[in-house]
Ligand binder design. Structure first.
Ligand code: ADP
Ligand code: ZN
Length: 432
């Protein structure tokens, strides 16, 4: 049941002791980098000033812009000889950041990914098809190494080429997949096109879905289509990649591995810690990284800590599924809206297909929001009256959630462009 029982079920007091020890080591290591070395030089910030975990508040935050501004080697804390791997972020919100790893870093990361996979029930007898891009993106190699560590048979399929994915799944009797949730939905349309029923014709029983925000409704829809269990996987390149937080069999919040990351939740405006269980921005400090330790990294991801212990026995706290990035927030007619609010409603409406896109325009100082919604094939080629009824229903449902009435464009299945990577949910034409 546990990959490493002792550490996964460690007593909280002991875990905090371990964290304090590792935090001090991390600060010492980080100060060897140009960036932190300079930051710490004339302040009294050093490991000796840290007497308790709370003292972390004495250390300044690190942001994506700090990583960009000290690109590429500014935060490297070892000699370059020690580095064996480089990865980068996807560049969703601007220039991609790069992270460097020592052999030890890769070993720690690999172990965390294995811990996550094992937790969901994956074993060495499984056939694992990794449908994530291999290369600089961490989702490919990160999961690949973790799965090999468990001893599973790995099919490094990489992303895209939907027909081949399905062929591989059938030919080699894949039992576990790793897939971006928006792509899982897209792939289901290819299954339909090929007249293959994923529930009947494949052996997949576990999926890891992550890399982009998605709602509980979307997860249930994916599980329903494929007949497997889909576990939410959260990670970011700055914290190595996947393996940061993951769902256990309870599928109710993601255990965040606190032996490797120190977790804080702050109010993104005041930068002060929020109360236990309140929503805010996730901030993390690496506790084990050698090549490029990062202190108090502002992820911009919004979540909250679930304070109650989990019945699976793991003592590492859970975070709620990520609601989105602070950057994702749209302000329309003075109302704050997140794309996930739209998704949550759409996934519940019968007749809605597998993709949607929000388009924002400005006409004479007025914000206009259009939601393009793919409808399923049957409905699209059916009666106009039914389509009109669906359009009205979507508009009403969305209004109840976001308080404004967007324009709804119903479009053909698969007509919204879908890449292999993270879904683009919003196109904002309001900026010049
Ligand atoms: P980028 O930040 O450029 O997208 P990464 O590939 O490092 O580059 O992606 C990490 C980010 O992806 C996270 O900070 C988060 O916003 C998002 N993400 C990853 N996994 C999840 C998940 N399971 N749920 C929601 N968002 C996720
Ligand atoms: Zn649990």
């Amino acid at each position: 049941m546990y990959w490493e029982k002792e550490i996964e079920t460690i007593e909280r007091r002991q875990l905090e002791k371990l964290q304090l020890e590792r935090l001090k080591q991390s600060i010492n290591k980080a100060s060897k980098s140009l960036y932190y070395g300079d930051k710490f030089k004339d302040k009294v910030i050093n490991a000796a000033a840290i007497k308790s975990i709370q003292d972390i508040e004495k250390i300044p935050f690190t942001t994506k812009d700090d990583l960009r501004g000290n690109w590429p080697y500014g935060l490297v804390a070892t000699s370059k000889d020690e580095l064996v791997r480089m990865h980068s972020s996807s560049g969703t919100t601007g220039r991609a950041t790069v992270i460097f790893h020592t052999a030890g870093d890769i070993a720690v990361w690999t172990n965390l990914v294995a811990r996550c996979m094992y937790m969901t029930g994956m074993r060495k007898s499984d056939v694992f098809q990794n449908m994530m891009t291999y290369g600089l993106f961490t989702g490919g190699l990160g999961f690949h190494y973790g799965a090999e560590k468990i001893g599973a048979l790995v099919i490094p399929a990489s992303a895209g080429n939907s027909k081949r994915q399905i062929q591989l799944m059938i030919d080699f009797a894949t039992t576990v997949v790793h897939v971006i949730p928006s792509y899982a939905l897209h792939l289901s349309t290819v299954f339909t096109e090929l007249k293959i029923d994923p529930r009947r014709d494949t052996k997949v029983k576990i999926a890891f879905i992550g890399a982009e925000p998605h709602t509980e409704k979307m997860r249930r829809k994916i599980e329903e289509i494929y007949g497997y269990k889909a576990f939410n996987s959260y990670g970011l390149s700055e914290m190595s990649g996947p393996g940061v937080a993951f769902e256990c069999p309870n599928q109710n919040g993601l255990h965040i591995w606190e032996d490797s990351f120190l977790v804080e939740i702050i109010n993104p405006q005041t930068l002060q810690p929020v109360r236990d269980g309140e929503e805010g921005e996730l901030v993390m400090t690496t506790l084990q990284r050698e090549g490029m330790p990062i202190l108090r990294y502002r992820t911009k991801d919004l979540t909250r800590i679930i304070p109650e212990p989990c019945s699976c026995g793991r003592t590492h706290r859970r975070i709620e599924r990520i609601k989105g990035r602070t950057d994702d927030m749209m302000i329309i007619k003075g109302v704050n809206i997140y794309p996930m609010q739209i998704e949550k409603k759409l996934m519940d409406i019968e007749g809605v297909g597998t993709n949607f896109l929000i388009v924002l325009d400005r006409e004479e100082f007025n914000d206009l929001m259009t939601v393009k919604v793919e409808v399923n094939k049957k409905l699209f080629s059916g009666e106009l009256k039914k389509l009109e009824a669906l359009r009205k229903k979507i508009a009403e449902e969305l209004k109840s959630e976001i308080l404004i009435t967007p324009k709804i464009d119903l479009v053909e299945p698969d007509s919204i462009p879908k890449g292999e990577g993270k879904a683009v949910r919003v196109i904002d034409n309001r900026k010049d």
